[in-house]
Design a protein around this ligand. Sequence first.
Ligand code: ADE
Length: 239
Amino acid sequence: MRIETLSVFPEMFETVMATSILGRAREKGALEYLGHDLRSWTHDRHKTVDDEIYGGGPGQLMKPEPVFEALDDLLEDAPARVIIFTPQGKQFDQSLAKELASAERLIMVCGRYEGFDERVYTLADYLISLGDYVLTGGELAAMVVSDAICRLLPGVLGSELSHTDDSFSEGLLEYPQYTRPAEYRGMEVPEVLLSGNHAAIAEWRRKMSIIKTAKLRPDLLVACGVSTDEVLEMKNTQL
Ligand code: ADE
């Protein structure tokens, strides 16, 4: 897949897109990345991308022309799904990450200042928010979304199955995991995990996923259809 970003700070992406899993995905050819400078589509000496707000109000807005012209040019090459980051968008989650991971080409448009002129949002296939808070721009959101998508691309993680047990992949939080030592500062790794009994381990993990979700994110349990009775029953079983 190819991810492209359109931003007034293309340099913000350089390290993140070249490091760790994202960098490796690019080396392996699973991910192609291209950063575009929105100022390349301005026509004045100062490369202006923002302007005052009609009707008054504090701050500046991103002008429509550079974004429209940039997308005219970029979409001429090949089709792409266009994402615009805004706190007014749909909240990003794992199911949206999976949906976006199936795209051939994504163009991520990152705003600054007070956001974009309203007409710019008509260009988006997806309006995405990271959460109910206001960032200084969409660049960090684009990096977060790229990271979440990239690890779902075939061949990027060591094992094809590495992400199938992730938190949220089935609507539940991931079960607790341990590595050596088997006992540390009085805290022991649950016996069943040392047993080598794969069926028992799978059953323990499923139960612990549900119990952990009930404790930390009860809202998720409702969404994936696990009843309160089921949770109580699991809490009463010997784990
Ligand atoms: N731009 C500013 N705040 C944002 C948020 N919460 N999510 C995505 N883009 C943003």
